[in-house]
Design a protein around this ligand. Structure first.
Ligand SMILES: Cc1cc2nc3c(=O)[nH]c(=O)nc-3n(C[C@H](O)[C@H](O)[C@H](O)COP(=O)(O)O)c2cc1C
Length: 250
């Protein structure tokens, strides 16, 4: 089951032209394309989406199938190993035929698989169009990965059933429970302990350390506990809290 890390590449905010004005960066670093591919969908996630779209970032790339095709082709041409994976992640058009057309073009150009977040570009919290993912899956031969609103392992199974997709991708559900695919319904303490160990070992900045814990503890803490935990402002305060309340040690 392919898994796409939810952290994404925030640092990778750039247009294709910025990244490879003459293709040179792509020549030396084809993997950049994997980051750029996420732009097909990613930008629509943020509040400044409108100007980002106007600038040619993010989800608007689904309206430029020829550009996507050229990007994929360019990467493919740079890599000798035909088994090297190149994938794209997209949202869907209101006119699904356009999405199917985009996917077919991408497939013909050598994309290894396509991840589909089943929402239109403008949609935020509306239900995910799993039926559209099913149509896409039935229209192409390469694997399709379904994405959107999967919060539990049961959701993953349902989405697989509804779409026939070859895999699922989860973002927010894994932030809330990184052990979801291991079958846990909520974040186990062992997982919190692991995150503390990893974060301390790597010198993770406090905000990142703390925010991940807030997500992970969302379902296992009361409103009152959140009020205290979420305003802690130093690593030592967080470690003291975890030790005192959960026996998680540093
Ligand atoms: C913290 C965070 C970072 C994300 N980064 C990216 C990204 O770099 N590229 C991308 O295509 N989507 C990104 N997304 C969007 C997700 O990949 C996903 O399409 C969206 O959150 C819907 O899936 P979900 O319901 O499982 O969260 C991000 C989402 C979150 C919450």
């Amino acid at each position: 089951m392919p898994r796409d890390g939810p952290g994404g590449s925030v640092s990778g905010w750039a247009r294709c032209e910025d990244l490879c004005p003459d293709g040179s960066l792509l020549q030396s670093l084809p993997l950049v394309f994997l980051i750029m591919c996420s732009f097909v969908e990613y930008k629509c996630y943020f509040f400044f989406q409108r100007w980002a779209m106007a600038e040619g970032y993010g989800a608007c790339l689904i309206n430029k199938p020829e550009l996507v095709r050229d990007m994929v082709r360019h990467v493919r041409n740079q890599i000798d190993n035909p088994r090297f994976s190149v994938s794209i992640k997209i949202r869907i058009h209101e006119d699904l035929k356009k999405t199917v057309d985009l996917c077919k073009k991408a497939e013909a150009t050598g994309v290894s698989w396509i991840t589909v977040h089943g929402r239109h570009v403008e949609e935020r919290h509306q239900p995910v169009h799993y039926d559209a993912i099913k149509v896409i899956k039935e229209s192409i031969q390469i694997p399709v990965v379904a994405n959107g609103d999967i919060k539990t392992l049961k959701d993953a199974e349902n989405v697989h059933h509804l779409t026939g997709a070859d895999g699922v991708m989860v973002a927010r559900g894994l932030l809330a429970n990184p052990a979801m695919f291991a079958g846990y319904e909520e974040t186990p303490l062992k997982c919190i302990q692991d995150w503390v160990d990893i974060a301390l070992e790597h010198g993770t900045p406090f905000t990142c350390f703390h925010h991940h814990l807030m997500y992970m503890m969302e379902r296992i803490t009361s409103k009152q506990e959140k009020k205290v935990f979420n305003v802690l402002s130093s690593t030592s305060a967080v470690l003291d809290y975890l030790d005192h309340h959960y026996g998680v040690c540093s």
